[in-house]
Design a protein around this ligand. Structure first.
Ligand SMILES: *Cc1c(COP(=O)(O)O)cnc(C)c1O
Length: 456
């Protein structure tokens, strides 16, 4: 049995959550409707059916508070879940802080991040609907790895359009995806109309996430037995990630502690939402005054600098219009090392909670983030992903504030993944070559000019 003051708080497999928590049932602020990209009228299930199975479309719009996790999904999750909750005692000591620092460690999954939590569920529902192949895009490779692994477990083919520059610069990410059985295509490719069009204009194109999305979506839309899968942003993705927070609630109870502040990094919002939403439910239903902090890179400051507005989910303007914080769908962020945080928009659920004042956003540049990453690695022995290190920076700053105030604050953050495939980024940091890029106001104004006009 785990005791309150242990360093690693494990749950037995029998405590693996039986249901996902759907925050749509408890949202304290309205969620604006999703609109069709061409007509700007609310979309219906039929509009999404070429890309997603009906079970996921239903989850996308559901207001049921709890949605049961199918047994075959739980069986796969059991390979690494429940994930440990850790007390960062050595970091607390290094900071000489009265704060207690806990983190939920998602790097124990086979892909090294939280992303398999949703990949497994998405592949399961597609398989149930008779889908033969899934297509997707990947930038840094985390999502491609997670989907490839999940497809392998359920016997579904997987094709990953990988941004060409990453394909060339990160060969081991590609090998990892191929190890789990997926086909990896450098994007832009000659396999789709979208790819051929780009290559005709620019044969040397190094690709971009928006282009890879267009290729994956095009292939799925043209075949009845091929669907598309997205690794963040959508309501059903955040839903699947709530296993993180449900486990953490139980583990904090074993530790006889409760967080004053819950912290996560945000790209599209899925690992933050996954940890935060069950604690948000407690705040809304029972009233503990927990604060919630979402951490983003200053180079892609969606929540801290963008407007709350309708925009397209993809760069081509083919994906639905959703109301979210956005830097404009044409925005191409600087090439920072936290590749998973380079998205122009944000989950509509998290956007609405930020707009309502329930979640506080903060932004950091790369150097303070890597300072925190290395301090954490040297204290705790875990090398964090650059994305996750944004959350660590904010957790350390909370602990230092608590020290200043002489306050026994309890901090919980999500360590969304390990950084074993990110050592080139650490190298750049050690050589002093990181650039502390923050988005300049004129670049922001330029990107926002392409925001669509939508009557509300
Ligand atoms: C993809 C990724 C993220 C960012 O995505 P979210 O949907 O915002 O969670 C963060 N951390 C890691 C390790 C990732 O792979």
């Amino acid at each position: 049995m785990t005791c309150p003051d242990e360093t690693k708080i494990y749950l037995p497999e029998s405590e693996l959550p039986e249901a996902w928590y759907n925050i749509a049932a408890d949202m304290p602020v309205p969620i604006p409707p999703v609109l069709h990209p061409a007509t700007a009228k609310p979309i219906g299930p039929a509009d999404l059916a070429p890309l997603f199975p009906m079970a996921l479309i239903e989850q996308e719009v559901s207001t049921e508070r709890y949605i049961p996790i199918p047994e075959p999904v739980r069986e796969v999750l059991r390979l690494w879940r429940p994930s440990p909750l850790m007390r960062a005692r050595r970091l607390e000591r290094a900071l000489d802080t009265p704060a207690r620092i806990y983190f939920k460690y998602e790097g124990v999954s086979p892909a090294g991040s939280h992303k398999p939590n949703t990949a497994v569920a998405q592949v399961y529902y597609n398989k149930e609907e008779g889908i033969r192949r899934l297509t997707t895009e990947t930038g840094a490779g985390q999502w491609g790895t997670a989907l490839s692994m999940a497809c392998n477990f359920f016997g579904v083919e997987c094709k990953v359009y990988m941004v060409k520059i990453s394909y060339q610069q990160k060969p081991y990410r590609r090998s990892l995806i191929e190890t789990f059985g997926a086909r990896v295509i450098a994007s832009p490719s000659t396999e789709t109309e979208a790819g051929r069009r780009i290559l005709a204009q620019d044969p040397e194109s190094r690709g971009a996430l928006g282009i890879a999305i267009s290729e994956a979506v095009e292939e799925a839309a043209q075949h009845d037995d091929i669907h598309y899968a997205l690794g963040s942003v959508l309501n059903h993705v955040l839903l699947h990630q709530t296993v993180i927070g449900e486990e953490a609630l139980k583990q904090m109870a074993i530790a006889e502690a409760y967080p004053d502040v819950v912290i996560g990094c945000v790209g599209g919002g899925s690992n933050f939402g996954g940890l935060a939403f069950p604690f948000m439910r407690e705040r809304l239903q029972r009233g503990p005054k927990t604060r919630f902090v979402a951490v983003e890179p200053a180079a892609c400051p969606t929540l801290t600098k963008g407007p709350y507005a309708y925009d397209y989910g993809d760069s081509a303007g083919l994906a639905p219009l959703v109301k979210m914080y956005t830097l404009g769908h044409s925005f191409v962020p600087a090439g920072i090392h936290a590749g998973g945080l380079r998205y122009h928009g944000m989950s509509p659920l998290i956007s609405a909670l930020v707009n309502g004042g329930y979640v506080e956003p903060v932004a950091y540049t790369q150097t303070p983030v890597f300072d925190a990453a290395v301090q954490f690695a040297r204290a705790e022995g875990i090398v964090p992903a650059p994305e996750s290190s944004h959350a660590i920076r904010a957790a350390i700053d909370e602990a230092l504030q608590a020290k200043e105030a002489g306050e026994a604050r309890t901090i919980l953050f999500n360590l969304s993944g390990h950084g074993h495939f990110d050592m080139a980024a650490y190298d750049a940091y050690f050589r002093g070559e990181l650039q502390d890029y923050a988005l300049p106001p004129d670049k922001l104004q330029e990107a926002l000019r392409t925001l669509p006009k939508v009557d509300e």
